[in-house]
Design a protein around this ligand. Sequence first.
Ligand SMILES: C[S@@+](CC[C@H](N)C(=O)[O-])C[C@H]1O[C@@H](n2cnc3c(N)ncnc32)[C@H](O)[C@@H]1O
Length: 237
Amino acid sequence: MSVKSVVRSYWDLRSQTYDRTVHKSENGAKNFWKDALRDTIRMDRNLNILDVGTGTGFLALIFAEMGHKVTGIDISRCMLEKSRNKADKLRLAVDFMHGDAENLPFEDETFDIVVNRYLLWTMPDPEHAIDEWSRVVKSGGKLVLIDGKWHDSTIDMRLRRLFNKMKALITEKRNPLIFERYYYNIRCKLPLFVGSTPEDVADLFTGVGLRNVSVDHLERLREFENKPSLFLALGEK
Ligand SMILES: C[S@@+](CC[C@H](N)C(=O)[O-])C[C@H]1O[C@@H](n2cnc3c(N)ncnc32)[C@H](O)[C@@H]1O
């Protein structure tokens, strides 16, 4: 099985629990994220925005609610089914498409903003992925990436991971070992599997020629999401 097939199969399965566990308070979270995105991205209205690895459409739907024209793309059809259902319920017109983040089906310079959240760690070729995302940003547009350092060997991080596994099992009724089962054999093929730092992403952004690269450490969101590491990197084309 190829790396991408494993990734797709995992997320097809995870689609059943993703919103229940990651977005426990979706409406509360939305307001926090909206504020953070407004503060950091400084957007006009009616922009053409692409959310890569959109999953159940969390960011895509936020941008659509803010009045933008949004496309979301994902490799998992099951995640997309969830995002489409949510868009229907909210009566929002978002174009949710099936496709590969590393091989986007769009012309060069199509979007004002290309955004992605929690995606880079699962890319087999992060440099190529960022080059591809930058390719479809219009000149003068922005690439926005939200990520964090998800695993490291500090005691604090190990305890946190153990706690999260127990929480998944007990309170979320989700088997955390399923993630290990899918990702264990492919993790060595995912260079940023442990997550990334702002410095990693800034290097990748400048490497593909993005300018005015900045990082926001999303302090308030970090607390709200209970994530020790979370940041938003922005580069201009
Ligand atoms: C951790 S989830 C993040 C979902 C969403 N961005 C969010 O913030 O809630 C990662 C998503 O990336 C998608 N994904 C993984 N590899 C992909 C690829 N090569 N192309 C497109 N989507 C991909 C998965 O299917 C999954 O929906």
